[in-house]
Design a protein around this ligand. Structure first.
Ligand code: ADP
Length: 369
């Protein structure tokens, strides 16, 4: 099979003309961050912020042109726009812009994070969102895990989002929540090979170019880990606070400390820790068994002076329900395990109120005399 190079991709793109400016997209400097890996191609097309919808045909033409290159297996092109100067990203580890920037119509944004994958972060994110909705809040979920989006599967949503003529993308909906994920836009087997800046632009589109409507809370399922991508997100997404999920073992707890430090660095309040897979009820004798050094997250929370939000048992129903597209709270709202998630959601709701009140109190006031 032919090996595809960045040059092949750029040569194919050189044929694509931006109809408004009547010049090639490559010559106009619109193509950024071309990544090629084993025949899978990804790149960004830089457009003015207010022209994103109008440039969709250009994006499609670019994808089509690259598909024509022998050896290309998949093409992912995203439209990106530089932020207006007044909202440019802060340099270095600057504080998160929480109270200031925000998303119009969205009252608060809560990140669910974990030091590593597989600890149940997405499971907690969906059940937290459902728990907040049970309290009467209008809730959305943004799946920020662009590398391995699992929210569509957990929420039992497939299909593609649509946009009304000239309008913004409509979020998908199920179990009373609105939801957006890269998983709706890109085929599941398409590997995500983007560099950090592309991930950020894709994420900003998922946040800002979607018709979220009025929401009390947006729950963001962050990618696992505490690398550069997560730090940038913690800094650029206007977060009200963060919930950190961990399993009880020591190794996982070291990751928790890193996650906590990451949020501190960018001034995002850590609402607290959740210990997942904390204990186990034996399906035969009904006895509670404690596993993996249960209680570690609570002790770590105390040590770091962070709140402990709750412990979730390792329960087959939690896995079965979230893996089958009807998360536990939606499937068994009156079950004992659902109550655990609801308690956590209630604690988080209080934390959101406190954080919003604190942000309000510290906001500069204009006094007219
Ligand atoms: P992460 O987002 O941290 O990678 P997930 O939420 O995708 O983790 O969970 C990983 C797997 O573990 C999923 O199959 C999920 O259903 C299962 N799982 C998560 N929490 C529990 C739990 N408390 N009990 C049983 N299975 C769980």
């Amino acid at each position: 099979m032919a090996t595809v190079s960045e040059r092949d991709v750029l040569e194919a793109l050189a044929e694509v003309i931006d109809p408004d400016r009547r010049q090639g997209v490559v010559g106009l400097g619109m193509i950024e961050g071309v990544e090629v890996k084993d025949g899978h191609v990804a790149f960004a097309i830089q457009v003015p912020a207010d022209e994103a919808a109008a440039k969709e045909p250009v994006r499609k033409a670019c994808e089509k042109a690259v598909y024509g290159v022998p050896g290309v297996l998949s093409v992912t092109a995203v439209l990106t726009a530089h932020r207006p100067a007044a909202r440019s990203a802060p340099a270095g580890d600057a504080p998160n812009a929480a109270a200031g920037v925000g998303l119009p119509g969205v009252g608060s944004i809560v990140a669910v994070a974990s030091g590593k994958g597989g600890v149940g972060k997405s499971t907690v994110a969906v059940n937290l969102a459902l728990g907040l909705a049970t309290e009467g809040k209008r809730v959305g979920i943004l799946d920020c895990d662009v590398y391995g989006p699992s929210i569509p599967r957990m929420m039992g949503i497939d299909g593609r989002p649509t946009a009304p003529e000239g309008g913004r993308l409509l979020p998908m909906e199920n179990h009373g929540l609105v939801c957006m994920s890269m998983g709706f836009l890109v085929a599941e087997d398409t590997p995500m090979i983007w560099r950090g800046p592309m991930v950020m632009s894709a994420l900003e589109q998922l946040m800002r170019d979607v018709e979220w409507g009025e929401l009390d809370v947006m729950v963001c399922d962050l990618p696992p880990g505490t690398g550069d991508a997560q730090l940038t997100m913690a800094q650029r997404v206007p977060l009200t606070g963060a919930v950190v999920v961990s399993t009880p073992q020591d190794v996982a707890l070291a990751d928790v400390r890193r996650a906590c430090a990451m949020f501190e660095k960018v001034d995002v309040p850590v609402f607290g820790f959740v210990e997942n897979m904390s204990w186990f009820r034996c399906p035969h004798c009904g006895e509670r068994t404690e596993i993996f050094g249960h209680g570690g997250a609570r002790r770590e929370a105390e040590r770091l002076g962070v709140d402990f939000l709750g412990e979730i048992p390792l329960a087959p129903r939690i896995r079965e329900t979230s893996d089958s597209g009807t998360p536990l709270i939606a499937a068994e709202p009156s079950g004992t395990e659902a109550a655990v998630f609801e308690d956590i959601a209630a604690r988080v709701a209080v934390k959101i109120e406190e954080a919003l009140a604190a942000a309000e109190a510290s906001a500069p006031r204009i006094v007219i005399q």
